[in-house]
Ligand binder design. Structure first.
Ligand SMILES: Cc1cc2nc3c(=O)[nH]c(=O)nc-3n(C[C@H](O)[C@H](O)[C@H](O)COP(=O)(O)OP(=O)(O)OC[C@H]3O[C@@H](n4cnc5c(N)ncnc54)[C@H](O)[C@@H]3O)c2cc1C
Length: 446
């Protein structure tokens, strides 16, 4: 008999700040009674919820069940910085060869399909701009190396025919209130999300169409005759097909073993700024910057019903156990405090209200863990950092692969080579953590 058991279920470190600042969340049911389904989706982040929505769009007659281990919006989907980005981090057109440009154009086109899909969700759920804002983002530089990076990136965007604007230090200060930045590159295609509010809204919206269960971690699944039996602690689902949309935790079931890198990122969110602090800070009420050096610090200022706050996102660590610790979080928190002070020296008394860690999943070659991994079992995992757009896209692609047999999105992921193996332990952990610390140090003021 074919059977897969989960070696572990997700455990989170720190409070998921985006979720904590929202009003109390209505609890969705946990799976308490045995059920049957056509498709069972394991994991309720961007990939799982998008797969569910796309399946329902393609065939409303399908009986679909989503099983999420924790509460919706408490996992990484509600712990990220909220940048739904259309442009790749590293443009492939370095060599100015036309196949590099074509590859970049294809990736950008697909990311924009994911953004359109999410925009429809925002429209149907009537999400306000503070939750889903197609306002673009700025790649901010704070050193000559960062300025050079932005200039190179601008040259690539020109070749691609993509719009952008360059800001000088004065414009950056007028926008952010911070004297820290030396230049910025504004690209208009990114959507800024309140990620927990989006995930809550999408899961609640789906509740009327399919079975949506939280606090229902899947402990295993086994082949029973022609169907799969998916087990949680309390009840089972007998299902024709399964989508594994549990990102790095796909490895917990034994797939892609030692091929996925489990990286933890850390973020802190301030308490609401007082009217006096807002006046001292100046700048615009909402803006979002990613660092010119990807290992630097992302910063967001938000305003609206959850108050005026600033998010600081930096530091990373490698955890094959898929779990960080309070001591790692506390160390990252100290760095967040320093990064805040460097950027906002005129706000010495602002306290961080929430700090958290969150896992994401990378492969060494940037490939996804996608496709039919066992008869009737489909993977939509390993988002390689840009998980809001890529997770949404993989969820859409897995649904299309199941129902239509193929699609542009599914073909894109199926064409990628399998993620290569990692070096054995302890070399992988020592090597990766040393590399991450070195890259973090090298990013300096960025
Ligand atoms: C601090 C931080 C900042 C980030 N910033 C950004 C950003 O600005 N932009 C961006 O694009 N990406 C960002 N990311 C990455 C992004 O959050 C992830 O790539 C994205 O959440 C991946 O989506 P997913 O649906 O594939 O996986 P997840 O969001 O991790 O969802 C998988 C779900 O599966 C559930 N699960 C796991 N095992 C089981 C099981 N056995 N049974 C049931 N459920 C299970 C988990 O609880 C989880 O909710 C950031 C991540 C962090 C931590």
């Amino acid at each position: 008999m074919t059977a897969y058991s989960a070696k572990r279920l997700p455990k989170q470190t720190g409070t998921a700040g985006w979720n904590a600042i929202l009003p109390p969340q209505r609890e969705l049911p946990r799976l308490a009674q045995d059920q049957t389904a056509d498709v069972t989706i394991i994991g309720g982040g961007f990939a799982g919820l998008s797969a569910a929505r796309r399946l329902h769009q393609l065939d409303p007659g399908l009986k679909v069940v989503v099983l999420e281990a924790g509460r919706f919006a408490e996992g990484s989907a509600g712990r990220n910085s909220g940048f739904m980005i259309d442009l790749p981090h590293d443009l492939a057109s370095d060599n100015y060869a036309s196949d590099g440009l074509e590859a970049d154009r294809a990736t950008i086109g697909l990311n924009r399909q994911a953004i359109s899909f999410a925009r429809q969700v925002a429209e149907e759920c009537d999400l306000p701009l503070e939750v889903f804002d197609p306002c673009g983002k700025i790649n901010a530089a704070a050193t000559p190396a960062g300025d050079r990076h932005n200039a190179d990136y601008a040259a690539h965007l020109t070749r691609l025919g993509e719009p952008f604007e360059l800001y000088d230090a004065h414009q950056m200060q007028a926008l952010t209130g911070s004297p820290h930045y030396t230049s910025g590159l504004f690209a208009p295609g990114t959507v800024m999300m309140q990620p927990a509010a989006y995930v809550r809204a999408l899961s609640a919206h789906l509740e009327g169409q399919i079975g949506v269960y939280e606090n229902s971690g899947v402990t295993g699944f086994r082949k029973q005759g022609g169907a799969w039996e998916v087990e949680t602690k309390k009840a089972k689902v007998s299902t024709g097909r399964i989508v594994l949309a549990n990102n790095g935790h796909i490895e917990s079931f034994g797939f892609y073993q030692r091929r996925l890198m489990h990286i933890c990122l850390y973020a802190s969110l301030t308490e609401p700024l007082t009217a006096e602090q807002i006046a001292t800070l100046g700048g615009q009420p909402r803006w979002s910057v990613t660092p010119a050096d990807p290992m630097g610090t992302s910063v967001r200022r938000i305003s609206g019903s959850c108050g005026d706050r600033i998010l600081i996102r930096t530091c990373s660590s490698f955890h094959p156990s898929m779990q960080s610790s309070d001591s790692h979080l506390s160390r990252a928190g100290k760095v967040h405090g320093q990064k805040f002070q460097e950027r906002f020296p005129n706000l010495p008394d602002v306290r961080m209200e929430h700090r958290w860690a969150g896992m994401l999943c990378l492969s060494r070659n940037g490939s996804a863990a996608f496709g039919e991994v066992e008869q009737g079992v489909f993977a939509a995992c390993c988002q390689n950092g840009l998980g809001i757009a890529r997770g949404t896209l993989q969820g859409m692609g897995a649904a299309e692969l199941m129902v239509q047999g193929r699609s542009d999105i599914a073909d894109h992921f199926l064409a990628q080579p399998i993620p290569p193996r990692l070096p054995p332990e302890p070399f992988a952990s020592v090597g990766a953590n040393t590399y991450l610390r070195w890259k973090g140090w090298r990013s300096g003021a960025e």
